[in-house]
Structures are given as C-alpha cells and as structure tokens.
Ligand binder design. Structure first.
Ligand SMILES: *Cc1c(COP(=O)(O)O)cnc(C)c1O
Length: 486
C-alpha cells in the first residue's frame, strides 16, 4: 500500500541512462563563461541519478503515496477537523479572474474579488452572530492573537491598563495561552470540574479588576459543550472583562448556536477546518475574527467597505491595531470557504453539525466498551478516550497510535488534553460514512484485543510502514530532506 519496496532513485541509477530528450541545438554553442563569472560556475558535475523518464515518474509517484492525506484515508486527528475538502472549491479558486489578480492592483479593477470577500464577511457575521469580521489573520492562532490585541487595545483606550490577565481553562486548546503570551498578556488557568467543564467557583475567584478576558475553547478539547456559558459570560462581564470564543471547531455548533448570542465579544474561526480549506503541513490557512460593536474601531486595517455599489479598502482607522497580514489575508483559502458556504447553504451547514456530532457519539459509545471513557457524557464533534486500561498491560497510547498506521489510518491526537491520562482525542468529522467509522472501530477493537492477547504486536508497531518509529522532535526540527548515501 505504501510502496515500501519501491527502490529509491539513487539506487537504480545507470550511467548514461537519460530521462529527457531535447531537440537538436540550432543556435551557435556558446560558453557559459560569456554570461556568468567563473566563480559562479560549477566545477564538478552534480551527482544526479541517471534514470529513464518512467523511473523518475514512479519515484515521485511513490513518494507522493507515502503521505497520508484526507484524500487517501481516514484521518481522525482530534481538534484538527481533517474532513473532506470538496474539489469544487479548487475549481473556483482557480478561476482566472480570482487566481490571476495581483494584490497591488487598483481597487477599481478587483471589484469582484472585493465583493466576494465582503460577502464572505457578511456570511460569517450571520454564522457567528457578531457585528463585524476581519479576514486578515492567516491561521487560528493568528486570529487568537489578533482578537486579544483588539481586547488589549480596547482596555487601554478606556484607561484600563491594569487589565493584563487572560483566564484560560485547563481544557483549552494549546494555542490559547501561547497567543495570550505573545499578545503581551498573562495567562491564568481556571480548573475544570469533575464533569470536564469550567469550574464556576474557581472562575469567580479569579476574575477581578486585572481581568482582560476569558478565552474559551468551545466545545472544549474534551469535546464537551460548556453548558454554563451564559453564567460564565455574566461573571466575566460583571468584572469588566471581555469574552473570547475559540471557534476553530465550529462544526460542533454551526447553524445551531452562535457565539454572538452567548455573549461573546470576540470569536475566531478556522476556515481551513470547519469551512474546508485544505490544511496540514503548515498552511496557508485563514483565521477570521468576528467582534461586537465596541471592538469594531480596533479591527486590523484596512477594512473592506461598501459605498453604494463600490467596494474599497478603508485605511482611515485611527484606533486600529494595524495590519496583521500583508495585503488582505490568504485570499485563496477565503475563496474556498466562500464556495463551501454557498454550495452548502443554511440547511447544508446545519447537517454538517448534526453529522459531525452523531458520528463522534456513535464512535465514542462503541469504543467505550474497550477503552476507558473519562467523561461519560454526550460529546460534540470529538471525544477523548483514555488508554489507562491498556497501559496496565504494558501498551501505551503511543503504541496504539503506531499500530493504527498498520491499518492505514492516521492516528488520533494523543496525550492531549493534558488532564486525561494516556489520552486519545478522536474527531471523525461529518464527512465520513458509517462504513468508514465501523472499519476504524473494528481496528481499535482488534488493537484492544491484541493488547490483552499478544501485546508485542502493538508495542512493536508499526510493521507495514516504510519507516518505523522515528524521533518525532528530531524529524520536525532537523528533517533529512535529501538522499544520503549509506
Ligand atoms: C486548530 C485549533 C487552533 C489553532 O489553529 P491554527 O490554524 O492551527 O493556528 C486553535 N484552537 C482550536 C480549538 C483548534 O482546534
């Protein structure tokens, strides 16, 4: 399946074999030195493989198949919403009128693109229940930082310079405390209670005149909807703080509940998750931020304005936090999200949430017989299991994740959130069929049985992949990107 036996191109090189054919030279042959200083010229021939065109084709095709993507298999990576990205999005993003424009073109010549962005903002305003939206931020974490900078600017404009603390639950996404720090604010952790929700008593004890905001990931990273949101809003607003909603995983509540109606002042979305921008591998993404009226003056500039039938960029925003991204956001991802919203329509978006939630609950209930379920409650788009039972038998969650590779699955998110021992965070997404869910469940059940009967199979996994276990930190920090002779 993963072309483990495909030889590397350097291993099949045959001197003199070529993979190209060029027409005969019909111009006078000249020495390169006529054009380039000799210092710049290569002295020795490069060590390139000598292979036929077919060999090179097979080489790159084999490499491409070594990657796992949503288009090649199930990818239940919790909190990442690895759902299917409809190909019509790609078709629209490649329309010449959208793909071939330049960000420095005069506004009058890109009215269609500006209209699309303006209209996308209108849709996101409706979807989130906010008063205004910026499409500038390039990712979820970038949106978080942008939102917090606006909250900070708001407090400073009111002379509230002592409001420097951002309250973040221990069940929040990991980027939340990081964004607060980068925004020059200080993170204070609020505990979860035994139900996995924010502990209201702890929250009450933490708010005060130094509170800048509460930053809530909802559903939290346990996949649970924060049921006491209205009360939390009252507590935080009562203390003069703002409410920030991490809406990266909006497929849990889309068209069912809106952060704006819950009392939130700022929300960010991940268009590259919920709204089908392709992602993984670092971008490009899009993390729009919605705000309530009071925060509109602080939005990044320029903002898109509509004057009659004309669209323009407004730079005259004296209280703006400034530009957060060159030009105006990752345009191509915004086009894809717009296409998605328009093709789904309101009913389609509602079905997204229903299917995301039912898929996760179905999987959670079936797997709960074989793995510990630390929070036995209905989940939203994702859920967490604990590998505690398996750990007692000598199999760690990491082993289970590696064993899943042998079945052709991308493993779930593991060891996060931190408050669950041997955690597995599973997000099936709404685009998977029951057959796919069942096949994954069967694999997980088989692994649970192997753990009891023959744990070495799991402990020594993966068995079928090109590369066995690697040092993931080293692989990310010091990747080996070229062939190294043995
Ligand atoms: C993915 C995610 C983020 C961060 O988004 P990036 O685009 O990766 O920066 C933030 N919060 C939650 C809940 C997420 O799932």
């Amino acid at each position: 399946m993963n072309n483990a036996n495909q030889p590397l191109i350097f291993e099949i090189t045959k001197p003199g074999r070529v993979g190209y054919s060029l027409p005969e030279l019909d111009v006078p042959e000249t020495e390169l030195t006529e054009y380039l200083p000799t210092d710049y010229l290569r002295v020795e021939e490069p060590n390139l493989p000598e292979v036929a065109e077919l060999d090179i084709m097979r080489h790159y095709t084999a490499l491409s198949k070594r990657n796992h993507g949503v288009d090649s298999g199930f990818y239940p990576l919790g909190s990442c919403t690895m759902k299917y990205n409809p190909k019509i999005n790609e078709v629209v993003a490649r329309y010449p009128g959208l793909a071939h424009i330049h960000p420095l073109q005069d506004e009058s010549s890109v009215q269609g693109a500006l209209e699309l962005l303006f209209d996308l903002q209108e849709h996101l305003i409706e979807i989130t229940g906010m008063d205004e939206v910026t499409l500038q931020p390039a990712a979820g974490a970038h949106g978080e930082w942008t939102g917090l900078m606006m909250i900070r600017a708001f407090h400073e404009a009111n002379g509230d310079t002592q409001r420097t603390k951002v309250i973040v639950p221990d069940s929040a996404h990991g980027t939340n405390p990081a964004s607060a720090t980068v925004a020059g604010l200080e993170t204070v952790t609020v505990k979860s209670n035994e139900n996995g929700l924010v502990d209201l008593e702890d929250l009450r004890s933490l708010v005060g005149p130094d509170t800048a905001a509460l930053m809530l990931t909802n559903p939290n990273t346990l996949g649970l909807f924060e049921e006491n949101i209205l009360e939390m809003a009252e507590i935080v607003h009562g203390a003069g703080g703002k409410l920030y909603y991490d809406g990266a995983n909006l497929n849990a509540v889309l068209s069912k509940a809106r952060p704006g109606d819950m009392g939130f002042d700022v929300v960010h979305l991940n268009l590259h998750k919920t709204f089908t921008g392709p992602h993984g591998g670092g971008g490009p993404g899009s993390g729009p931020v919605g705000v309530k009226k009071e925060l509109i003056p602080f939005l990044p500039k320029p903002v898109i304005v509509k004057n009659g039938d004309e669209y323009a960029f407004d730079y005259d925003r004296p209280q703006s936090i400034g530009r957060v991204k060159p030009y105006y956001g990752n345009f191509g991802i915004n086009v894809r999200a717009y296409t998605y919203i328009r093709t789904m329509g309101p009913d389609g978006l509602q079905a997204v949430t229903e299917n995301a939630v039912i898929n996760a609950n179905y999987m959670m209930r079936r797997l709960a017989e074989y793995y510990d379920l630390p929070y036995d409650r209905h989940c939203k788009h994702e859920f967490v299991l604990s590998g505690k039972r398996q750990k007692k038998l000598g199999v760690r969650t990491l082993d289970i994740a590696k064993r899943l590779l042998d079945f052709g699955y991308h493993p779930p998110t593991i060891y996060f959130p931190l408050n669950v021992e041997e955690c597995m965070m599973i997000e099936p997404t709404e685009t998977e069929s029951k057959e796919t869910l069942d096949a994954f469940i069967d694999a997980m059940i088989q692994i649970a049985k192997e753990t009891e009967e023959n744990p070495e199979i799991v402990q020594e996994a993966p068995h079928n992949t090109v590369i066995k276990r690697l040092d993931e930190t080293q692989a990310a920090r010091k990747p080996i990107l070229k062939y190294q002779e043995a």
